[in-house]
Design a protein around this ligand. Structure first.
Ligand code: 5GP
Length: 238
């Protein structure tokens, strides 16, 4: 499958059309952004690491019965995916408090959220991805109640599969963000799952191994991603 027209350039990935209208090619770039694109840097190996990480996770989710847009890793930085009609919300599950919920509610970072919470954010960089609720998503025609129910169910299923996988690697899956779309009337997991869109801490030391290393200028960002990859069994030899 060949890359055709550039369809969309996001902050970390570029998406291309292919000769088949049902499939797209996602290209993972080394660009790393924070604070809604205010700060952008190139981090060596990031595209390759995230492409492999994502391919590994998507295949594990698929084995667990969760339908994803992942078809096939094409090159070190390219992946073939189904073309979804994206729903413009970010689905976030939090097992522990960190990031925006700490700022919003004055919680203590690392505080357990039991059972895990589910939140929806409107995907809009200009507005800074604001928190929304299901009622608004329905009123504005972004999704139906049945679609939102399915997205929430799938997000919790992903949490069950991945929390266990990360725990076995001595890691805590603190929180993560998923995006879904519609493919032939079914809700399908899209976008990517990588340390760019989740928080992962070492279980013992609570060392941050995800994109917070970049957001908080902690250094060794990609080394953190590679450590997570190694500990959950992602094949990483280049
Ligand atoms: P928070 O709401 O605390 O900023 O983020 C919750 C989780 O969702 C974190 O794991 C964070 O990395 C992820 N997340 C939230 N918004 C975005 C986004 O726009 N892009 C990416 N890659 N991840 C996000």
């Amino acid at each position: 499958m060949q890359k055709k027209e550039l369809l969309y350039k996001g902050k970390a990935k570029s998406v291309y059309e292919t000769e088949n209208p049902d499939y797209l090619i996602m290209h993972f770039r080394d660009d790393t952004s924070a604070f809604n694109g205010e700060r952008i840097e190139q981090l060596d190996r990031k595209g390759k690491v995230n492409n492999r990480f994502n391919a590994f996770i998507m295949q594990k989710l698929s084995e667990a019965g969760i339908e994803t847009h992942f078809e096939q890793q094409l090159t070190e930085e390219d992946v073939l995916v189904k073309r979804l009609k994206m729903i413009p919300v970010e689905c976030v599950v939090r097992n522990y408090a960190a990031g925006s919920i700490v700022r919003r509610l004055g919680l203590t970072e690392g505080q357990a959220l039991n059972p895990p919470t589910f939140e929806l954010f409107f995907k809009d960089d200009g507005l800074g991805d604001p928190l929304v609720n299901e009622s608004l998503a329905i009123s504005l025609g972004w999704a139906t109640q049945a679609q939102l129910d399915e997205m929430k169910k799938l997000t919790y299923q992903v949490n069950d599969v991945l929390s266990k996988m990360f725990d076995e690697g001595g890691l805590m899956l603190v929180d993560f963000k998923l995006e879904f779309g519609v493919f032939k009337d079914r809700i399908v997991l899209g976008d990517e799952f990588s340390p760019d869109g989740c928080r992962v801490w070492d279980k013992e030391t609570k060392k941050k191994l995800d994109k917070d290393r970049f957001r908080q200028s902690l250094g060794d960002v990609i080394e953190g991603y590679e450590e997570v990859a190694r500990r959950i069994g992602v094949p990483m030899a280049y």
